[in-house]
Ligand binder design. Sequence first.
Ligand SMILES: Nc1nc2c(ncn2[C@@H]2O[C@H](COP(=O)(O)OP(=O)(O)OP(=O)(O)O)[C@@H](O)[C@H]2O)c(=O)[nH]1
Ligand SMILES: [Mg+2]
Length: 135
Amino acid sequence: MLEKTFAMVKPDGVKRGLVGTILQRYEQKGLRIIKAKLMKASKELAEKHYHEHSSKPFFPDLIDYITSGPVFAMVLEGDKAISLVRLLNGATKVEEALPGSIRGDFATSTTENLVHGSDSAASAEREISLWFPDE
Ligand SMILES: Nc1nc2c(ncn2[C@@H]2O[C@H](COP(=O)(O)OP(=O)(O)OP(=O)(O)O)[C@@H](O)[C@H]2O)c(=O)[nH]1
Ligand SMILES: [Mg+2]
């Protein structure tokens, strides 16, 4: 099924110069970039994006991290795009992200884990309108 999803290279990925490498993985898998921009998230945007985690102990660190520098935000389209991006990204926990995935190959921490991908069709729709409100 043709789907759209929201994906992002987080600030550590941009700082480490991994945007090109990460985009190549999405493109190699057949996903099409239909929107993209480099931007710094405001605290308000970051808190809306991660609202489901607002009561978690790691929330303040997560917001500081995601607003610490520019992110590369994008909308990707393709067959089963939502689950494919999450498969390419790898597991959330650093010790569970398998080699071959983006996190498995490059991330060294659970908080600073390089990439984001929407986790469902509802999240994708919500996140696309949050990050690309005027388009
Ligand atoms: N320190 C710490 N950070 C966490 C933990 N769980 C999640 N995070 C951070 O919070 C982000 C959001 O968590 P989840 O939505 O559960 O994980 P995810 O869907 O794989 O990651 P995202 O694509 O960023 O949403 C993760 O990417 C991590 O940066 C945790 O147990 N400890
Ligand atoms: Mg998530």
